[in-house]
Design a protein around this ligand. Structure first.
Ligand code: UDX
Length: 432
């Protein structure tokens, strides 16, 4: 099939590349000339394991192309995926849809034959209806169908999530469009029946409701971990114990510094504002957001306690600063709130992250990036394990720090408190 992907951000690039890998002809378009030039040279602008290799392979066979000519790319394609960003508006807190509607207008001017227009970007409920109105359903009758096909890709696992999905959700009332979509996804859904056809509005809501549910699981387990910490119970045992109930499931029950990234914070807030529009209060999701937004305060006061209220001139090392392992993404990472607060209190920060130095910290004094773990840990008073990178899972801290007294705050519960106690290391963690 001839596919045009509009927007070569995370979702667009991964989806376009994987569709090419499945045997389609794909053109990925973007207005950012520099990005497209780089992609044409095989330089991938995002960090996603395995992506570069598949891009190069499919670019060689010409099944994957990159272009800045949006109009021409739309004209020669019969399937158009809209994958542009939907950032949260700082004032209204709603998803900002200006990029979606800009693209819709360009599509409208290039509807030369029947096309499927598919939103893969996360868009509020009824955005599909608005797109349809812009495309002018009366004038362009029989020339298009608007479909919702939300993505469920995790950063760092996006290729696997795309090629081996838990489910493919297709929202449309057109049986013609549904048949084309089923054929498009056939290679990855034929093994298991994971294709779910529903209404367009339901598909749009499924995306938000899924992410809000996962965020709820995380805030819930983090709240229970606060109780565990006070009552001397191990949160890991509690997570395992409740996760064994198949109705609950054992995934997304790891207590930690709170959720971050480009999706959960944005999508939970957008869901609440959609509900407001329909005069419905989502009190549970609101609590989840509030709890997560305040998580850093709990962590900072714990750090202060660990350091006996003496943070000035203390050497604090962050092992990992990204919002999770396997990505270079800093968006909404808890470290962005914790580190500046510690700097303000006079601490001297070093950090090491396998995904490299972070521009987000350039504006601060007293923070240094170390390219290796040894250099980062040497002479530290406190090591904070912030991100669960594999590189941090089996460290010999005494050899690394090279001083008698130091402390560890493990925000991902990677180590055993019992073993730490045996090694006489002053070790603190979450909910244990
Ligand atoms: C998420 C969704 O999983 C994906 O389906 C969606 O469409 C995009 O958003 P991603 O943002 O890449 O993917 O990260 P994910 O792996 O889901 O983790 C999100 C956050 O939750 C991270 O900050 C992570 O550290 C945290 N988390 C996750 C926990 O604190 N505990 C857990 O048990 C799981």
């Amino acid at each position: 099939m001839k596919i045009c992907i509009i927007g070569t951000g995370y979702v667009g690039l991964v989806s376009g590349t994987c569709f090419a890998e499945l045997g389609n002809n794909v053109i990925c378009v973007d207005k950012d000339k520099e990005k497209i030039n780089k992609l044409n040279q095989g330089i991938v602008p995002i960090y996603e394991p395995g992506l570069e290799e598949i891009i190069k392979r499919n670019s060689r066979t010409k099944s994957l192309k990159f272009s800045t000519d949006i109009s021409l790319s739309i004209k020669v394609s019969n399937i158009i995926f809209i994958c542009v960003g939907t950032p949260t508006n700082k004032i209204t807190k709603k998803a900002d849809l200006k990029y979606i509607f800009n693209v819709t207008n360009i599509i409208k001017n290039n509807l030369n034959k029947y096309k499927l227009i598919i939103t893969k970007s996360t868009v509020p409920v009824m955005t599909g209806d608005k797109i349809e109105r812009i495309l002018n359903i009366r004038k362009n009758k029989n020339k298009f169908d608007v479909i919702s096909n939300p993505e469920f890709l995790r950063e760092g696992e996006a290729i696997r999530d795309f090629l081996y999905p838990d489910r493919v959700v297709i929202g449309t009332s057109s049986s013609k469009a549904n048949n084309i979509m089923r054929n498009l996804y056939l290679p990855i859904i034929k093994k298991k029946n994971r294709y779910f056809h529903t209404s367009r509005r339901a598909a749009e809501l499924i995306k938000y409701a899924s992410n809000a549910f996962l965020a709820t699981k995380i805030s819930y387990i983090n709240e229970i971990s606060n109780l565990c910490e006070k009552s001397n119970i191990d949160i890991k045992e509690v997570s395992t114990g409740i996760g064994l109930d198949e109705r609950i499931g054992d995934r997304f029950l790891r207590a930690g510094p709170g959720y971050g990234g480009s999706c959960f914070p944005k999508d939970t807030k957008a869901l609440v504002s959609t509900a407001k529009k329909f005069n419905t209060e989502l009190s549970i999701v609101n609590s989840v957001i509030r709890f997560n937004d305040n998580r850093h305060k709990f962590l900072i006061s714990k750090i202060t306690k660990i350091m006996n209220n003496k943070l000035k001139n203390k050497r604090i090392t962050f092992l990992g600063v990204t919002f999770k392992a396997g990505t270079d993404d800093m968006r909404e990472s808890p470290s962005l709130k914790i580190i500046p607060s510690l700097i303000r209190k006079g601490s001297l920060i070093k950090y090491c992250d396998p995904s490299g130095i972070k521009k987000e910290f350039n504006k601060f004094k007293n923070i240094n990036y170390c390219s290796n773990i040894k250099e980062a840990c040497k002479n530290s008073d406190l090591l904070i394990i912030h991100t669960e990178w594999n590189e941090f899972k089996q460290l010999n801290f005494k050899n690394l720090v090279k001083k008698k007294k130091f402390k560890i705050y493990d925000m991902r519960n990677l180590y055993s408190p019992t073993k730490m106690k045996k090694s006489k290391i002053s070790y603190f963690c979450i909910g244990r």
